[in-house]
Design a protein around this ligand. Structure first.
Ligand code: KIV
Length: 272
């Protein structure tokens, strides 16, 4: 059954804050296209993230760096057309906000205007303070992203757990508090120790959304292709697979090939 616009009120940045206050966990998943976003929205996921992980799972790149602003806007517009209830957040891609706050604002405005999204997400803390401020001053809600920040993969050199050492953990806490002070409405905490997620989540009034950050985050996010088992070669400890679509889809498609070859498909009922 599909959900009409009238049946559900849209999740807002304010309702997410209220969820944190009353201890209700927030669900977030990625989507990059209309059909997947419609299924996710109908399943009552609170936030749909049009992640720059589209660069990996949709385009087959090794990192998130190559995806462009135009490509993110294309994915976001497709998702927005399907999302009646979820808040839709869009990653500003690498190279479109780090160099200069004015460019950051221009990129955020393009995403909001051209896709109809509800908020943007950026990676980093103090280093991008001025860009975050500029975007927020224009009235655009910003979600932060700390810990493992894939746009900085070449600086770190690996996708291993972050902020295990005291110094890095201290900086992460300071960055999280800074993002909250600036006015961000939530922060993704990626691949950090559960104890650090707990500390940050307790010290902030805005929600934290974990991915590989353990159970103490105020919400959880996964890449939809990982949850559905489409990316069978990706096996991090934090991932819970709810399906094995790589195998199931492969089997279905092989069966289709067999049916075409054997002339079983189409049959009498499947033709005009
Ligand atoms: O791009 C993405 O999918 C993300 C999530 C992993 C949080 O940033």
């Amino acid at each position: 059954m599909s959900i009409s616009k009238k049946e559900f009120k849209r999740v807002t940045v304010k309702s997410l804050m209220d969820m944190k206050k009353r201890g209700e966990k927030i669900s977030m998943l990625t989507a990059y296209d209309f059909s997947m976003a419609r299924i996710i929205d109908n399943a009552n996921v609170d936030i749909i993230l049009v992640g720059d992980s589209a660069s990996n799972v949709m385009a087959g790149h090794e990192t998130t760096l190559p995806i462009t602003l135009d490509q993110m806007i294309y994915h976001a517009s497709s998702v927005i057309r399907a999302a009646n209830r979820a808040l839709v957040v869009v990653d500003i891609p690498f190279g479109s906000y780090q160099s200069d706050p004015k460019e950051a604002l221009r990129s955020a405005i393009r995403i909001m205007k051209e896709s109809g999204a509800h908020a943007v997400k950026v990676e980093g803390g103090i280093e991008i303070k001025e860009s975050v401020k500029r975007i927020l001053n224009a009235g655009i809600p910003v979600m932060g992203h700390l810990g493992l920040t894939p746009q900085a993969i070449y600086k770190f050199g690996s996708y291993s757990v972050r902020a295990k050492e005291t110094e890095e953990a201290k900086k992460l806490i300071e960055d999280a508090k800074l993002l909250e002070r600036l006015g961000c409405f939530a922060i993704v905490l990626e691949k950090i120790p559960a104890s650090l997620t707990k500390k940050v989540s307790e010290e902030l009034t805005i929600p934290t959304i974990g991915i590989g950050g353990g159970k103490f985050a105020d919400g959880q996010v996964l890449v939809i292709h990982d949850l559905l088992g489409m990316t069978h070669e990706f096996n991090p400890r934090f991932l819970r697979r709810y399906m094995n679509l790589y195998e199931d889809m492969g089997n279905a498609i092989s069966q289709y090939v067999k049916d075409v070859k054997s002339q079983d498909f189409p049959n009498e009922e499947e033709q005009y």
